[in-house]
Design a protein around this ligand. Structure first.
Ligand SMILES: [Zn+2]
Length: 284
């Protein structure tokens, strides 16, 4: 039986330790910040292609892994565990998505924490370190669950830009739903960006990722012409993260704001790259 590669002696980065014990992250932001998150993997049929596409686009993402997909009992589990390691090796962040993908508030506390801590043990086995980020399946949480997660220094990461990719069967449909959600969030909440939720377990979602990126890069060509803020694919969670300190377990982080200097610097660099990119697209 082929064993998993040994976890490295020093814990890997990518487990989110910099973002431990934070207020609940909602993804809300008035800026055109875009952060992709992918749930329910790793999946050996779809995740490797997504990793290549993320590399090709130069985008880092969050992956919330289901622990029943990890382990070393079968060839499939060993393969998926090595894909999980590859996610971190390529510079993405991983977080806890429970063992069996259950709605935590429906369980008693002991059973709910068995789901969380069981997944934590699977992460320790796979990565040599525990995760600090968690996304409760279905986004379902409660005061009781929040308190128990906060006691273990977890930061809950939700999303504000869903795409209904579990309900449809094509990349075009995922893209259409995502665009409608994004436009509605802007109209109703003033969010011009945020955290996108897709599932790396569906081929159509891996394709939808590319459509969303292509759309936003094309939008940037128009926004550049108009002198507007451009869409900015962020590398990590820091803009959305707020330490909990003395706040309660249910406290939510403020919408992600950029300091004026940081915004100006990032946008200046983006404008340069976008100008090059848009010149390279032949006019129709
Ligand atoms: Zn999920």
């Amino acid at each position: 039986m082929e064993a998993l590669p040994e976890p490295p002696a020093a814990p890997w980065t990518g487990l989110g330790e910099d973002y431990r014990d934070g207020k609940i992250i909602t993804g809300s932001t008035p800026h055109r910040l875009i952060l992709f998150s992918f749930d329910d993997g790793p999946d050996r049929r779809t995740t490797p292609l997504l990793l290549d596409r993320l590399d090709a686009e130069g985008i880092k993402a969050l992956f919330f892994l289901v622990a029943e997909r990890l382990g070393d009992d079968t060839p499939r589990l060993r393969q998926q565990s090595s894909i999980a390691q590859e996610i971190v090796r390529r510079g993405h962040l991983v977080g806890n998505h429970t063992v069996n993908h259950v709605q935590l508030p429906l369980l008693d506390t002991e059973a709910a924490m068995a789901e969380v801590l069981g997944a934590q043990r699977a992460f320790e086995q796979t990565f040599g370190a525990r995760p600090w980020l968690i996304r409760p399946p279905f986004g379902a949480h409660s005061q009781r669950i929040d308190q128990n997660l906060a006691a273990r220094d977890y930061t809950i990461v939700l999303w504000n830009l869903g795409a209904g990719d579990h309900q449809v069967r094509s990349a075009q449909e995922v893209f259409d739903v995502w665009l409608k959600v994004m436009q509605r969030r802007e109209r109703e909440e003033g969010d011009r960006g945020g955290i996108i939720l897709l599932h790396d377990t569906y081929a159509w979602s891996v394709d939808a990722f590319q459509r969303i990126v292509a759309h936003l890069r094309a939008r940037n060509c128009e926004l550049l012409e108009q002198g507007e803020e451009l869409y900015d694919f962020v590398d990590d969670l820091s803009f959305f993260f707020e330490a909990r300190e003395d706040a309660s377990a249910e406290a939510t982080a403020e919408p992600a704001m950029l300091a004026p200097g940081v915004l100006a610097e990032r946008q200046a660099r983006l404008r340069e790259l976008t100008a090059q990119h848009c010149r390279s697209i032949p006019t129709l």
